[in-house]
Design a protein around this ligand. Structure first.
Ligand code: MGD
Ligand code: MGD
Ligand code: SF4
Ligand code: MO
Length: 728
């Protein structure tokens, strides 16, 4: 059907996933009618997924937060106030808390959905002026293991590959990623490449037979948590079959001998059994990878959200090094980023151990360079990493942390062990929430709400999964008093009396940050604000204005490690923190659905998306359902050591027996105390401190017979069965 021509309002980057599709909005600034994919955009080449195509329906909703609101007591209603009063209130409260308890009694918890201008200024304000390294983000639940994995194995964070590599590879190894639902446009590119060229052959390793797995050439139904064993088995088989790239290994890597010794000392039968995959399938996968001309891996939360997430990343990179599959077109370990600017947050240094330009707070020279740039006296930046996401909420509950400023994330749905999170937030002396919508689960527990202008209503800069830095212009005005996030931070800093925050534009903020990347692995010297506004997007590294930007890294096979070599890291299988037992016999795994974005503050407004997935459910294998005497649609009670929820059953052969799957989108606003994260465990890994959101032990029970009609999920009263204390 031909639609009448609509006026074009302009272009922006999609505010959802890390693919970074460029959207064209059509209609009128006051009423956007249609969203299309931009044809010449490098990421999407005209494509869009349903969420992107409907995103205009989420902008002008009645639950937009349009004015600063405050209350001293959370039992009171909010009062609407001016920006000056709201920021004055926060400045005074934070000053008093710092004076009484020290700088580490305050923290900032942000998001990979904030733009780079904002995350840069948050670091400058908190790590520089307020002198606490307590800034972290939801990327801790998401990319932290990938960040540490890249650094340990290759010497620097940041994916080496680009999306065009899809058209250059002949095998795609997709492990712990449900691309078809979570990165749909990339998945589409992969499918089209295959239709056109006959390759890539696709191997998918996932415990569930997902939409991605169903379309794979080879599906490896890895046991939940069995990835390291799987990858060690693949490495061993490739070595035994002589599929090692000896020249590459000798010239460009170190640690191969230890890796070889380690693999040969492993019991292959044991690896096969822990991985849960037949020897034939493993052999076929090893042959495909070992003999490929070029293979790419795509990985996401199935690897990262684990107490051994970093080791899973190392194990996968080992396979790339073994076969020389990195630093050339069509090859490399490609960590898919979840959020639109998770990459930017890493570059500007939002995580608690980072400083801008991939620098570290523990490195004296890095601190000095940043202090000089920020015109702060030497010694201003503290030398120890601050609290990470999960640690912040533990510290709040203990009273060590008193004030928390939350922006661009909804932790009362997305953090593990929500009963603990709620207790922690209730204890806080000050909760500031900077969001575009209200109410959300988190805004309801705030003292201060700061209204944020969102994409289309501000200019902003973001970096996609493939290191493409993009500029999005302001296309319309923000509702009410809402302000761009970076302006909220800058205004607050000025109100609190700190120098160095009197920016006249987002461009000034960007350029100040950009200068800090010179000579660093993520060099963006040539990506000036002016150039971005002219060219729309440029890949990093880009060391000069004349430089076109590099789509692929490490093409000279030199890695940013001390001796320039990539590192083999022998990593052994480790059990997940909480194994099923007689009390909690099932494995709970959690994740996403195609139709929804995270905690639903946006997608709940799109009727088409809600119709597709109207509510939460628990996916159970039919044979488990038979033993539990439940059928499709029946209500079951799911309990872990941390909580209990009730949900209707969705029968599915996609989950293995003994495992149940729950999407995590629906929070308390949908049904009180009934969200999946009331069950999940806050156990984290040692290095990346990323929580194990993909594995905990639960029990599933049929809900009593006398409830012959399943009650509305809304009316279910939850039962808490005590809290769980993490092992050391
Ligand atoms: N539609 C949609 N798309 C999104 C998002 C969204 O909310 N909705 N969010 C974005 C964000 S922030 C992120 S981080 C990405 C996440 O993207 P993905 O990581 O692809 O999505 P998930 O569903 O979290 O998990 C991926 C897969 O890991 C599998 N898995 C679980 N345990 C294991 C294991 O032990 N080993 C292996 N190999 N696999 C395992 C799950 O079965 C699941 O299919 O998606 C982004 N895109
Ligand atoms: N069980 C389980 N839990 C998980 C996961 C899982 O796989 N399983 N995945 C984890 C992962 S990978 C992630 S990334 C997190 C995501 O979890 P969250 O970050 O908590 O989820 P969102 O709903 O994206 O929250 C974004 C918030 O920012 C607001 N917002 C939108 N635009 C703007 C803006 O421009 N400025 C500001 N200030 N606010 C804005 C939205 O209204 C919303 O409240 O969830 C994690 N939690
Ligand atoms: S694939 Fe991701 S970036 Fe592209 S339209 Fe969909 S949600 Fe947006
Ligand atoms: Mo994420």
């Amino acid at each position: 059907m031909n639609r009448p021509e609509l006026p074009i309002i302009g272009e922006t980057i999609c505010p959802y996933c890390g693919v970074g599709c460029r959207l064209q909005l059509e209609g009128y600034p006051g009423e956007i009618v249609c969203t299309r994919g931009v044809a010449d955009a490098p990421a999407n080449q005209g494509r869009l997924c349903a969420k992107g195509a409907l995103v205009h329906e989420t902008l002008d909703t009645s639950d937009r937060l349009t004015a600063p609101l405050i209350r001293s007591d959370r039992r009171e209603p909010f009062q609407r106030v001016s920006w000056d009063s709201a920021l004055g209130f926060v400045a005074e409260r934070l000053r008093a808390i710092r004076a009484a308890y020290g700088p580490d009694a305050i923290a900032f918890y942000g998001s990979g959905q904030l733009d780079s201008e904002t995350t840069y200024l948050v670091g400058k304000l908190f790590k520089g002026s307020l002198r606490t390294n307590n800034t972290d983000s939801n990327s801790r639940l998401c990319m932290a293991a990938a960040v540490a994995g890249y650094r340990q194995s290759l010497g620097s964070d940041g994916p080496p590959c680009c999306y065009d590599d899809i058209d250059e590879c002949d095998v795609a190894f997709i492990i712990g990623s449900n691309m078809a639902e979570a990165h749909p446009v990339l998945w589409d590119r992969l499918q089209q490449s295959r239709q056109r060229r006959g390759v890539p052959y696709s191997i998918v390793a996932d415990p569930r037979r997902t939409a991605t797995a169903r379309q794979a050439d080879l599906f490896l139904p890895v046991a939940p948590g069995g990835d390291i064993a799987l990858m060690n088995a693949l490495g061993r088989l490739m070595i035994e079959s002589g599929w090692v790239d000896d020249r590459f290994v000798t010239a460009y890597t170190r640690g191969f001998d230890q890796y070889l010794y380690f693999l040969l000392s492993q019991n292959l039968d044991e690896l096969v059994s822990v991985a849960g995959i037949s020897r034939d399938q493993l052999h076929e996968a090893a042959r495909r990878l070992g003999t490929a001309h070029g293979w790419l891996s795509f990985y996401c939360m199935g690897l990262n959200q684990s107490t051994v997430g970093v080791w899973k990343n190392n194990s996968l990179i080992n396979l790339h090094l073994l076969t020389g599959q990195i630093g050339k077109p069509g090859a490399g370990p490609f960590s898919l980023t979840g959020q639109p600017n998770a990459m930017g947050g890493r570059e500007t240094g939002l995580l608690s151990h980072q400083l801008p330009g991939y620098r570290l707070v523990e490195d004296g020279q890095h601190r000095e360079e940043v202090e000089r740039h920020w015109r702060l006296p030497p010694g201003s930046i503290r030398n120890k990493p601050g609290l990470t996401a999960v640690e912040m909420f533990r510290a709040l509950e203990r009273g060590q942390l008193r004030a928390l400023w939350i922006a661009g994330t909804n932790p009362l749905v997305s953090l593990p062990d929500l009963h603990q999170v709620r207790r922690a937030m209730n204890k806080a002396s000050l909760i500031v929430v900077q969001d575009a919508y209200h109410p959300t689960e988190t805004t309801e527990l705030a003292h201060v709400l700061l209204p944020a202008a969102q994409f289309t209503e501000k200019e902003w800069t973001s970096t996609s999964s493939e290191r493409l830095v993009s500029y999005s212009p302001q296309l319309r005005s923000a509702p009410g008093d809402a302000l761009p996030d970076w302006q909220i931070i800058a205004r607050f800093a000025q109100r609190a009396g700190f120098a160095g925050f009197d920016y006249r534009s987002a461009a000034e903020v960007w350029d100040e940050f950009r200068e800090l990347t010179t000579g660093r692995p993520c060099d963006m010297t040539g990506i000036t604000a002016a150039r971005l506004r002219r060219e729309r997007h440029v890949y990093w590294p880009c060391p000069s204005l004349e430089h076109p930007g590099e789509k692929r890294r490490y093409q000279d096979r030199r890695f940013p490690t001390p001796d320039g070599r990539a590192i083999f890291l022998p990593r052994d299988h480790r059990e997940p923190r909480e194994k099923p037992d007689h009390e909690f016999p099932f494995v709970l795994t959690t994740g996403r659905l195609y139709s929804h974005w995270h905690t639903l503050t946006r997608t709940r407004h799109c009727a088409k998306l809600v119709r597709r997935e109207p509510g939460p459910f628990v996916e159970i294998h039919p044979s488990d359902a038979r033993s539990l005497e439940v059928d499709d649609g029946d209500l079951v009670q799911i309990s872990s050591r941390r909580g209990t929820i009730r949900l209707p059953v969705r029968l599915s052969e996609a989950v293995p027996t003994g495992t149940v799957f729950l999407p995590f989108h629906w929070g308390d606003r949908f049904s009180a105390d009934n969200a999946v994260n009331y069950l999940t465990i806050s156990a984290t890994g040692r290095v990346a401190k990323q929580p194990e959101l993909k594995f905990c032990a639960v029990d599933v029970e049929r809900v009593a017979d006398n409830l012959d009609e399943a009650p509305e999920v809304d009316s279910v009263i939850p039962l808490t069965i005590g809290s769980f204390h993490e092992s050391p």
